[in-house]
Design a protein around this ligand. Structure first.
Ligand SMILES: Nc1ncnc2c1ncn2[C@@H]1O[C@H](COP(=O)(O)OP(=O)(O)O)[C@@H](O)[C@H]1O
Ligand code: SF4
Ligand SMILES: [Mg+2]
Length: 324
């Protein structure tokens, strides 16, 4: 295996939002570290409110981190100004959860998709030609170039969002729950499209989802977040086959299995209680109030994210991880 510098490195990334009125500050993301290589997909998974979007928005610098760093292609971009970020925008793009609300209803597809090209200083005629190519690439009919977003279904609208993200030829796309708002029947089509585009264009993805089943097809590695922290990260095959963190096990046990016999036989772990507020995280291991394996030490000692064994690709933050 040849060693390559990661395309993206996130180290101790932290976002603390000031609390409203007199409430405590919200530590939405709390010391997150991971790397994404060129052409690789990292799945980022966890319940709603665990800090996935905030992490994604810091990486594309829609938000400025309060601590830690985002290094893209060897350059620390954590605190660059909007002007300094402009040339990087063509490399770093984002696809949003709700395709319709992320597209301007008063703009045609031509305008929406060409916008990032014109911002980078392209000509209008070239941009229109490129938009037609992009529409074809994402499975839209190029003749629909002058239509408005409401004339498209949810799945088609997300294809427009993907075409817009690809317009400038990015190397890294942060996809924030790109299929969560779509009908189940359409979800697989969009996941397959993104998978194909990645292979054809050599893209790297940070693919965010609240459900482990969604990222299984596309990701090479997967990271599981709980209350602002990564609790488990590793190669997809290992994490799905033998989850080491009790939270990963619970998330996986909620994913239906296609084989009815296997579905009946498998262990199901129900998580009790809601995700605690990141403004008042439980002491020790933040998962302890909901963890079926919690011991006394879990109430006081915060488990660090550690390698399962020296040199292992998988890291887990638990005092009592399942053996790999
Ligand atoms: N702009 C903001 N101001 C205050 N709190 C925020 C803001 N954005 C997100 N949060 C809080 O940060 C936490 C993480 O949110 P988010 O990153 O959107 O989670 P996810 O994408 O995993 O659902 C939540 O508790 C959310 O309420
Ligand atoms: S550290 Fe303890 S409470 Fe936290 S996940 Fe592991 S066993 Fe459960
Ligand atoms: Mg989100």
């Amino acid at each position: 295996m040849t060693f390559t510098e990661p395309l993206l490195s996130v180290v101790d990334l932290t976002m603390t939002f000031p609390g409203r009125r007199r409430s405590a500050p919200v530590r939405a993301v709390d010391g997150v570290t991971f790397h994404v290589a060129a052409g690789e997909t990292l799945g980022l998974v966890g319940e709603s409110g665990c800090g996935k979007s905030t992490t994604g928005r810091m990486i594309v610098r829609l938000l400025e981190p309060t601590a830690g760093s985002v290094t893209y292609d060897g350059r620390d971009i954590s605190h660059l100004s909007q002007r300094e970020l402009k040339p990087l925008r063509q490399d770093l793009q984002m696809v949003f959860q709700d395709p319709h609300s992320s597209l301007n209803p008063r703009q045609t597809v031509a305008r929406i998709i060409s916008d990032p090209l014109l911002v980078q200083g392209g000509s209008a005629a070239d941009a229109r030609k490129r938009v037609a190519e992009l529409m074809e690439l994402v499975g839209l009919i190029p003749e629909h170039i002058d239509r408005y977003p409401h004339e498209f279904s949810g799945g088609q609208a997300q294809r427009i969002g993907i075409a817009r993200a690809l317009a400038t030829g990015p190397r890294l796309v942060v996809a924030d729950e790109p299929v969560s708002a779509l009908d189940v029947s359409v979800q697989a089509q969009i996941v397959n499209l993104m998978d194909r585009l990645q292979r054809e264009l050599g893209l790297a993805y940070l693919f965010i989802a609240h459900d482990l089943s969604v990222v299984k097809r596309v990701c090479d590695r997967v990271a599981v977040m709980y209350l602002g922290r990564i609790v488990e990260i590793g190669p997809k095959e290992r994490v799905y086959a033998a989850p080491a963190h009790p939270y990963t096990r619970a998330l996986l046990s909620a994913v239906p299995l296609p084989d009815p016999a296997a579905e009946r036989a498998r262990e199901r772990i129900t998580l009790h209680g809601d995700l605690p507020s990141p403004a008042a995280p439980p002491p020790g291991c933040a998962f302890h109030p909901r963890c079926p394996k919690a011991q006394e030490v879990c109430r006081t000692g915060t488990p660090a994210l550690r390698r399962m064994e020296p040199g292992a690709a998988r890291q887990v933050a638990c005092h009592f991880p399942e053996a790999a």
